[in-house]
Design a protein around this ligand. Structure first.
Ligand code: PMP
Length: 397
């Protein structure tokens, strides 16, 4: 088989997967009007498939902070944190993130994906064990493979299975890193973090929580699921991204273990990639201040979540188990999911279509993500559209 022949296989799979004229995986948003509105195919649509949970991409003070820095410091760092790409903003943001989490150390990375790649593959190596939730994000899977550690999956959120796997490891638990997420990105459900921390302590393992979708969303101060559940002191490493509630791009790892700082010297995804642009860092610093000072954004987000989740539930849709800013509607087949996704877009609403393997357990999902910036009228419109199109999304037709 030639080098490019395998791409032919991908082309064939794509042909069978996607009927002519529908490609939900290559949508171009031609214009962005606000955190919740854009133009797709020449039509103005409500954006209900972003991860812009607090709507901060258009927050005036975040834009102003980025603009000022752009003018002062230019468009990019053109270098890696280690060699030539640490600006004063990167260091200031690390101090602010550490303060935000009440932790001693923080490291800023270029994306959430490379945060996981770097942090996980540097913390765990050959001879160590990673015990991870089976529904973990691709970056966690890739990091585990890169690490060379033994990789053990437990069934999604299944504490009996987690305990079984930990108890089998016995004394190896002291070399074991458990990895879970705060809010899971497909069904919007939360990890049972109180039980996980209890097991981690019982067996003497280490715990990393990826709060990518829960930072800014959960907890009185927006620190995520660990704050909401009251177990922050039991988390060894928290990782997260700037690309959701913080409205930008980049990632971070925070910890109370002073050794975290040493990762800078061994994380290849920190050492060998360019650091986030100075304007990005300034907007994130401002977004962190907004999260700290405007808890009303979180209140509004949860009002919107309730409106959407309860409304869809009332219409009889099969949803993820818990209300969260990720509201996933299960559709019985790939064909129905594709046609429904297209019909929803034609009605002026952009949501995400998720197929296996990205969606867990062979599910076909129409995934909405809701923002504090959505108006209740926009959510009403989403609810009405889904209710009108419901026959397309159920077994009945
Ligand atoms: N972790 C989780 C749980 C995610 O869902 C994502 C992105 N969807 C990432 C990490 C990667 O974040 P980024 O987009 O910043 O690379």
């Amino acid at each position: 088989m030639g080098l490019l022949d395998k791409l032919e296989t991908i082309a064939t799979t794509r042909e069978t997967l996607l009927p002519k004229g529908i490609n939900p995986f290559n949508v171009v948003i031609e214009e962005i009007h606000s955190a919740t509105e854009g133009t797709i195919d020449g039509h103005r649509v409500v954006l209900a498939g972003t991860n812009n949970y607090l709507g901060l991409t258009f927050h005036p003070s975040c834009i102003e902070a980025a603009r000022e820095t752009l003018l002062k410091e230019g468009t990019g760092t053109t270098g890696s944190r280690m060699a030539n790409g640490t600006f004063s903003g990167h260091s200031a943001l690390e101090k602010e993130l550490a303060l935000f989490y009440g932790c001693s150390s923080a490291i800023v990375f270029s994306t959430g994906f490379v945060t996981n790649l770097g942090a996980i593959s540097s913390l765990a190596g050959p001879g160590d064990v990673i015990v991870m939730d089976a529904d973990s994000h691709a970056s966690i899977y890739d990091a585990c493979r890169m690490s060379g550690a033994e990789m053990i999956r437990f069934r999604h959120n299944n504490m009996v299975d987690l305990e079984k796997k930990l108890s089998r490891l016995g004394p190896k638990c002291k070399n074991t890193l458990i990895i879970v997420e705060g809010i899971y990105s497909m069904l919007g459900d939360c990890a049972p973090l109180a039980e996980i921390t209890a097991l981690k302590k019982k067996y003497g393992a280490w715990l990393m929580v990826d709060e990518a979708h829960s930072m800014g969303v959960l907890g009185e101060h927006g620190r995520g699921l660990a704050e909401a559940v009251g177990v922050e002191q039991d988390i060894d490493f928290t990782v997260g991204t700037f690309s959701k509630s913080l409205g930008a791009v980049g990632g971070y790892c925070v910890s109370n273990h002073p050794e975290l700082d040493l990762l800078r010297y061994v994380c290849r995804s920190y050492v060998f990639t360019a650091s986030p642009s100075p304007a990005t860092i300034s907007s994130v610093r401002e977004a962190l201040r907004v999260i700290n000072s405007q808890p009303q954004l979180r209140t509004k987000l949860w009002e919107n979540v309730e409106q959407l989740y309860r409304g869809l539930e009332h219409s009889g849709f099969e949803l993820g188990p818990d209300p969260s800013p990720i509201v996933a509607i299960r559709v019985p087949s790939k064909e129905k999911a594709l046609l429904a996704w297209k019909a929803i877009l034609e009605k002026g609403i952009y949501v995400n279509l998720v197929f296996p393997p990205a969606a867990p357990a062979g599910l076909f999902l129409l995934r909405c993500s809701i923002s504090a910036a959505h108006t209740s009228e926009q959510i009403e419109y989403i609810l009405k559209t889904f209710a009108d199109l419901k026959p397309m999304m159920t077994d009945a037709v």
